[in-house]
Each structure stands twice: as structure tokens, then as C-alpha cells.
Design a protein around this ligand. Structure first.
Ligand code: SF4
Length: 242
């Protein structure tokens, strides 16, 4: 599975001008998870990540390449307790998975399952709303969670703990970005591309016919190496002309 590798490489490039802080995963330090969605009321909130019109980007990339050496949280910018007001925000999950056979329907269902993990993480006092249409993830952080010591490190560990419950996930790198100088527009473009790749996979899985001339996903297949091959192999016709 290398379909997302160009997005991963671009994201790395976009963030290369910033200085990160990084922490190796330690499950014992994961922030408590509420297990269900919790409401943080405005009056109980210290601020919102992505609030007041600030950028708020979220996306997930899957790879089978050996680019992750350990489970890790990486932060570019101020940590939760260093922020005093609404701030820009991005959360990017890069997941190394088991070798998912590229013509194996179960494997691609696994990618979708992995993608859905984000809907099953509920860090206490860290209420996020995901809007898949524009790739936004806005977070309301409670004052009491800040008093109790919430940080991107321990919230990130909660995400990693949930991702690792999926047997196809081997390693997780969870990246948080709050630096006002970060290229959020470019990260949003990466989020769109990652979403387009997942959407195309879903259509291929749904048994869409291989007629590239009338397919509205053609721009994605023209750009993402391996996608067209995947569809034609899955339909057992060999490579098409596009
Ligand atoms: S291979 Fe052709 S038909 Fe299949 S998704 Fe890509 S453009 Fe569409």
C-alpha cells in the first residue's frame, strides 16, 4: 500500500521548516478516554483549536513502507497548556499497516476501518467535531482538563492506543500542529488528496465499472501512482488506457 506515500512525503516537506517536539508512546501516560462522546459547554471551555475562523485540518494516511520506527507523538507549535486563546490546528495520523494485498477487498475494508478509528476516540475534556466535507477537526478544550494536566502528548497517546487496537495497524505517528506559521493551506490540500484517495478506493470496492473516459475520479487516478492499476487488476482486465 503506497497510494498515500506522495501525501506523506508532501506533508513532511511542508512541515520541514518548523521545529518539532516528539515523545515516544507510553500507554501508561495516555489521557483518560471517556469512551463516549462528551459535551464541553462553551462556558467550561478555555479555547477552541480551530475556533474563531482559525484553520483546523485533519487527515489520515496509511502506508506499508518502513518509514515509522516507533509509535510517536510529534508537536509543531505551542502545547495545550501554552495556548491562551483560539488557535490554528492540524492533526495528522500516519499509520504503518500490515501488508494489505492490493487486490484484496478485505484489505481495503481494513483501511476504511482504520479511518473510522477517529470517531471512537474521546479524550476527556477534549471535545472534537469532525467535518469530513472540508477536512476540518475543531476541538473545544475544557478548563478543568487543562487544570488536570492535559497535553498533546497524553491526548496523542490516547489516539495511538485506539489505533493500535486494530490488528492491521503496526505503528502510529500522530502529528499535532498549532504553530501560527505552519502552512495550513498546503496541509488542507494534502487532506483533500488523502480524502480523494480513500474515496476512490471506496468506489473501486463498490464495483464501479472501469470506464476511465466517463469517470469523475480520473484526475485522482492520473495523479496517484498505482490507483488505476488497482482498479483494472481488481476487475480482472489488465491495464486500461485511461
Ligand atoms: S481506473 Fe479509471 S474507472 Fe477506475 S477509478 Fe480510476 S479513472 Fe475511474
Amino acid at each position: 500500500m503506497r497510494l498515500y506515500d506522495s501525501v506523506i512525503a508532501d506533508t513532511k516537506e511542508q512541515l520541514s521548516m518548523l521545529t518539532p517536539r516528539a515523545w515516544a508512546y507510553d500507554e501508561s501516560r495516555a489521557w483518560p478516554d471517556a469512551g463516549v462522546s462528551e459535551l464541553v459547554l462553551m462556558r467550561d471551555a478555555a479555547y477552541e483549536l480551530g475556533g474563531s475562523g482559525c484553520p483546523a485540518v485533519n487527515f489520515t494516511c496509511v502506508t506499508t513502507e518502513d518509514i515509522l520506527t516507533e509509535n510517536q507523538v510529534v508537536l509543531y507549535g505551542p502545547d495545550l497548556r501554552e495556548l491562551k486563546k483560539d488557535a490554528p490546528y492540524a492533526r495528522i495520523a500516519i499509520l504503518k499497516t500490515t501488508q494489505l494485498g492490493e487486490d484484496d477487498e478485505e484489505a481495503y475494508k481494513a483501511v476504511r476501518d482504520i479511518e473510522f478509528v477517529k470517531y471512537h476516540v474521546f479524550p476527556k475534556g477534549y471535545m472534537f467535531r469532525i467535518s469530513s466535507g472540508d477536512f476540518r477537526e475543531q476541538v473545544r478544550v475544557s478548563k478543568s482538563a487543562l487544570r488536570r494536566g492535559i497535553s498533546f502528548r497524553n491526548v496523542g497517546f490516547d489516539f495511538i492506543r485506539q489505533y493500535l487496537k486494530n490488528p492491521n495497524v503496526l505503528k502510529v505517528k500522530l502529528i499535532f500542529v498549532t504553530d501560527p506559521k505552519a502552512p495550513y493551506q498546503m496541509l488542507t490540500a494534502d487532506a483533500k488528496k488523502a480524502s480523494d484517495i480513500t474515496r476512490t478506493l471506496t468506489h473501486i470496492l463498490d464495483g464501479m465499472p472501469t470506464d476511465c473516459s466517463s469517470c469523475n475520479l480520473k484526475p485522482i487516478c492520473d495523479e496517484v501512482e498505482g490507483m488505476r492499476k488497482l482498479h483494472f487488476e481488481r476487475n480482472g482486465r489488465g491495464m486500461g488506457t485511461g
